[in-house]
Design a protein around this ligand. Structure first.
Ligand code: 0WD
Length: 254
């Protein structure tokens, strides 16, 4: 029997079958979770619906996280389909490609605001509207990267947004703990996805990880999926406000 039987979890950020959110969904479904998927726009709707079809009983709902009304509507739909919500997987980020190369010092006001709105504030916007559905307690998780704490080449404004995201995890954890809602982040090693395409020189980043990481290999999305499953389950009931590294140990090496 599954560790997540009877648990209702919304997964945000599936764009295609390479998305980390999709690997997370696989791990959650394997443990018996009931899943809802959200998609950003009609651009990805069909792809997400096709993928969701492979997980019986899952529902697919629209939600562009830059639009408050979308998140309000999502809360309503989740209440309709699930009643009680137990988990939120936030696996969403965006920055303009021109902000992901060259010097951080060149970041525009608009690019900074957009990256922070989608990649950092959205976690709070979603938590704010969905935690009232977590009447039996719950677990919220998001995805972050080492660029939050180190100045990594080309990661630039996304690193600053991830720092804001990680701080948000701590403040949300402090707020929602009394409601028995936990909030954590997974800091994943680099994985080749659509989002990674925006990062310049991704191949050399992967090569560096293979050379330097204690486990001498790059991170697989399924490894993140299994840690996400742990975070969504009762097994992690004592953990909140934390950043957990799933990076084959890369970040400990100088
Ligand atoms: O190496 C990597 N791939 C790592 C990714 C290492 C460490 C962390 N992460 C993070 C990313 O920063 C992101 O937070 O993991 C999360 C998921 O990223 P991913 O799976 O690598 O990338 P992708 O498959 O592109 O999923 C991100 C999705 C968007 O995809 P596209 O490529 O279409 O922008 O975030 C969603 C969208 O589906 N998204 C939105 N969803 C709702 N509203 C929005 C929005 N406004 N914007 C983007």
């Amino acid at each position: 029997s599954g560790l997540l039987n009877g648990r209702n979890i919304v997964v945000m950020g599936v764009a295609n079958d390479r998305s980390i959110a999709w690997a997370i969904a696989q791990s959650l479904a394997a443990q018996g979770a009931n899943l809802a998927f959200t998609y950003e726009s009609e651009r990805v709707q069909e792809r997400v619906a096709k993928l969701a079809e492979t997980i019986p009983g899952s529902v697919v709902l629209p939600c562009n996280v830059t639009v408050d009304e979308d998140i309000d509507a999502l809360a309503g739909k989740l209440k309709e389909s699930f009643g009680v919500l137990h988990g939120i997987v936030h696996s969403i980020a965006f920055a303009k490609t021109e902000e992901l190369e060259g010097m951080f010092v060149e970041t525009s006001r608009e690019g900074f605001a957009l990256a922070h709105d989608i990649s950092a504030y959205s976690l709070t916007a979603v938590a704010q509207r969905l935690y009232p559905l977590m009447t039996e307690g719950g677990s919220i998780m998001t995805m972050t990267y080492l660029g939050a704490e180190r100045a990594l080449r080309n990661y630039n404004v996304m690193g600053v947004a991830k720092a804001a995201l990680e701080a948000s995890v701590r403040y949300l954890a402090a707020d929602l703990g009394p409601f028995n809602v936990r909030v954590n982040a997974v800091s994943a090693g680099p994985i080749r996805t659509l989002a990674a395409k925006g990062i310049k020189d991704f191949n050399s980043i992967l090569r560096q990880v293979e050379e330097k990481a204690p486990l001498r290999r790059t991170t697989e999305a399924a490894e993140v999926g299994d840690t996400a499953m742990f975070l969504m389950s009762r097994l992690s009931r004592g953990i909140t406000g934390e950043v957990i590294y799933v990076d084959n140990g890369y970040h400990i090496i100088g």
